[in-house]
Design a protein around this ligand. Structure first.
Ligand code: NI
Length: 157
């Protein structure tokens, strides 16, 4: 496992649309393991593959309940709304309020390629929305309602 360089705002790779994964092999699992290590190293709660320069539809999340791996995530439903402060590992030092769904249901493959359905509410819904946006080149700052002063309690995505 290795820590990969987190790409930051201004790097074109963050604005590209990622391609679906069509083969779950050792190389992909290495990428996933590196992404998890990179996320923990940066004290983040989510990381998408383009943030380490790889244009594949892969996301890792840990909101304090252990690592979650999503390959080719598809949002199948969204409901309600929440407005919370968020940040992003690719936009260091910037925080803002973003409106996200209160509940979200995502279908994805896990690290081994097994299909999973993930239902997220509150923080998990927000992170799922934030990370799937990354796969389409969307950054949280595109959706910010109001930028705010940083709060030490927040973890970037
Ligand atoms: Ni992010």
């Amino acid at each position: 496992m290795a820590i990969r360089q987190v790409r930051t705002k201004g790097d074109d790779v963050l604005r590209k649309k990622c391609k679906p994964v069509n083969k779950i092999d050792k190389k992909l699992q290495e990428l996933i393991d590196d992404m998890i290590e990179t996320m923990y190293n940066a004290n983040g709660i989510g990381l998408a593959a383009p943030q380490v320069g790889i244009l594949k539809r892969v996301v890792v999340i840990d909101i304090g309940e252990g690592p979650m791996v999503l390959i080719n995530p598809e949002i199948i439903s969204e409901s309600g709304e929440q407005v919370e402060v968020e940040g992003c590992l690719s936009i260091p030092g910037i925080w803002g309020e973003v409106k996200r769904p209160a509940k979200i249901v995502v279908e994805a493959l896990d690290r081994e390629g097994k299909p999973r359905k993930i239902e997220g509410t509150d923080m998990l819904a927000r992170v799922l929305s934030h990370e799937t946006d990354h796969l389409d080149g969307i950054l949280f700052e595109d959706k910010v309602i109001r930028f705010i002063e940083p709060d030490n309690d927040n973890s970037p995505e």
